[in-house]
Design a protein around this ligand. Structure first.
Ligand code: ATP
Ligand code: MG
Length: 573
């Protein structure tokens, strides 16, 4: 989605302007908003929320935050008991709160309104605007017609309202099989808008509801329930995604025939989509149920729970939603743009630390066998208020395997035979040789000598040493598991075919390193603590599996956009 100049400029001022806010402003100016602005966020509790929902949350709760006296309801759209669960409601409440929004007293469920909604349906029947139809589901479909042909009136369309009313009451009480009857709005079977061809507004379901149990045997359909739940709550602006544009005439029809005072106004906006992932809960459910990911909060998932576990911050998600803005456009936003927001959020606050992901031992031959020395390192290069930490150093250290090359090109400013390099915060070391595995010939250890005059990392004579690498003391360092995450789907635009989803997953999207080594201070971090591992990226202590003594860190994001580079290389080559 293109970031327009307006959205960016406004976001920087802390006042995100968008076409919806402009529409609300115009309604207020025209005197069409009797009290204060009221919005709602209406998730269906059939899965966890994803970043698309975050956009809707930021929009709706953001309006409630910014308009005087305004409010936003968190309303669970729990009208389909076969798919909805209490535990998803709990997760969703946690996600909204984590994102930084508060519904106050305004937590509702569509099921809170079942009695009122039923009353509205009765009024529709009594006023001749709805009838009980006894065609079977296949017949209803066949009578509906197509986009090019009008539908046919149901033979039950002229059923007397007294008879419909009697049947509807008995449907409610559970007298009939599922599918035996439905309640339909009586609108226009020839309408070019298929949604107006006598849509079903109530169906029979005998599945117990997670909150109302077996009280109800009929459940309202989405459009009817939305329009009237909005009405009951006094919603002034009902904001939804573009696929509901064609449903707006139906939404307005309900409000009109029921003669609702101050009817809410529906406005549609473009869905947020991200590259390298799928968004809809239908697909995400498939990934979870098929065991392709480690649950809804797998750090590769585009869910709020997954991003939280990955170490993304709520501020980064809000910033991202603000930057992509609210438009009528639906193209996918590059995942890289989300990562930029995450880096921007973490850079000023994440304490620095050293960790070695793929260790290679470095033995400093001229350093005493038993000594352990403590060096001080700043927790943040730009923020002295974050203090310093103590980093132990000894004769045996680990460096990153990638930071050593036996036969390097000239500009390799890291560890190589005969070259001098800085061990961050500690000293200057010159590599003097290697030790090989006698069978395979691979380098298993490197040897070096340090300059005792360079303690703290400065050359005594001011000579220039360009390379600087991170390291961890082999004696005091702690073994850790580190998980590296990459894009869930290699293709930026995965095929939205449920059957082909699993085959499109990137098999390398998770790499688990079991023998990483971290600074001892890191092993004491609590779950959820975020750090920058110097030269490597941002990492978070896993909220489920990390324990002091058995550390598990997830890579949140690399320091630079490696994906952008890969793409560029692909384009150049
Ligand atoms: P999904 O396809 O993921 O199930 P949904 O729209 O069915 O999405 P709901 O729980 O019904 O999910 O959505 C709650 C609210 O979030 C709705 O108002 C919906 O319009 C909004 N929403 C859902 N997906 C997105 C998205 N990708 N971008 C912006 N808003 C979204
Ligand atoms: Mg849905």
């Amino acid at each position: 989605m293109a970031e327009t100049k307006e959205t960016r400029a406004a976001a920087q001022d802390g006042v995100p302007a968008n076409f919806i806010r402009q529409a609300i402003d115009a309604d207020i100016a025209a005197g069409k908003v009797p009290g204060s602005v009221v919005t709602r966020f209406p998730p269906e509790p059939n899965g966890c929320l994803h970043i698309g929902h975050a956009k809707s949350i930021c929009l709706n709760f953001g309006i409630a935050r910014d308009y005087p006296g305004a409010a936003c309801y968190l309303r669970f759209d729990d009208t389909n008991p076969t798919k909805e669960r209490i535990d998803f409601m709990e997760e969703i409440r946690g996600d909204v709160r984590w994102l930084g929004f508060d519904w106050g007293e305004r937590l509702r469920h569509a099921s809170d309104y079942f009695e009122s909604l039923f009353g509205y349906a009765v009024r529709l029947i009594e006023s001749g605007h709805a009838y009980v139809c006894s065609l079977d589901p296949g017949q209803i479909r066949a009578y509906r017609g197509t986009l090019t042909e009008p539908g046919l009136d149901s033979p039950y369309r002229s059923r007397p309202s007294g008879e419909s009313l009697d049947l509807f009451m008995r449907m409610r009480d559970g007298e009939f099989e599922e599918g035996a009857h439905v309640l339909r709005a009586k609108i226009d079977m020839a309408s070019p808008n298929m949604n107006l061809r006598d849509p079903v507004i109530y169906r029979i379901m005998h599945t117990p509801h997670p909150l109302t149990g077996d009280v109800w045997h009929v459940y309202p359909m989405y459009d009817f329930a939305q329009a009237l739940s909005d009405t009951i709550e006094g919603v002034t602006h009902s904001l939804c995604t573009l696929e509901f544009e064609d449903h707006r005439p139906l939404y307005e029809w309900f409000l009109e025939v029921l003669d609702v005072p101050s009817p809410p106004r529906q406005i549609e906006f473009g869905r947020l989509n991200l590259t390298h992932t799928v968004m809809s809960k239908r697909y995400l459910t498939r990934l979870v149920d098929g065991g392709y990911v480690d649950g809804w909060d797998d750090p590769r998932m585009p869910t709020i729970a997954g991003m939280r576990r990955r170490g993304f911050t709520p501020g980064a998600l809000r910033d991202f939603c603000e930057r992509v803005g609210v438009t009528k456009n639906e193209s996918a936003v590059e995942f890289e743009r989300l990562e930029i927001c995450v880096r921007t959020a973490l850079d000023p606050v994440a304490p620095r630390a050293m960790a070695v992901l793929r260790p290679l031992k470095l033995v400093i031959e001229n350093y005493p066998e038993d000594a352990v020395e403590i060096f001080e390192a700043p927790n943040h290069p730009a923020d002295p208020s974050l203090g310093v930490r103590e980093v132990p150093f000894s004769r045996e250290l680990f460096i990153e395997r990638d930071d050593f090359m036996e036969d390097p090109p000239r500009k390799f400013f890291r560890v190589a035979p005969g070259r001098e390099v800085r061990l961050r915060y500690a000293c200057l070391v010159t590599c003097t040789g290697v030790v090989r595995d006698p069978r395979t010939g691979t380098v298993v250890e490197i040897r070096g000598r340090y300059d005792p005059g360079s303690r703290g990392g400065k050359a005594p004579d001011g000579r220039k040493v360009r390379g600087a690498v991170h390291w961890v003391c082999a004696r005091r360092g702690v073994r850790a598991t580190v998980r590296l995450y990459d894009r869930l789907f290699r293709d930026p635009a995965p095929d939205h075919d449920v059957e082909r989803l699993a085959q499109q997953l990137d098999p390398d999207s998770l790499e688990v390193l079991e023998s990483a080594v971290i600074e001892p201070a890191l092993a004491l971090a609590g779950p959820g603590a975020r750090f920058q591992f110097e030269r490597l990226g941002y990492f978070v202590a896993d909220s489920r599996d990390h324990a002091p003594g058995a550390p598990v860190f997830n890579r949140t994001v690399t320091l630079r956009d490696t994906w952008g580079k890969v793409r560029k290389r692909g384009a150049d080559g």
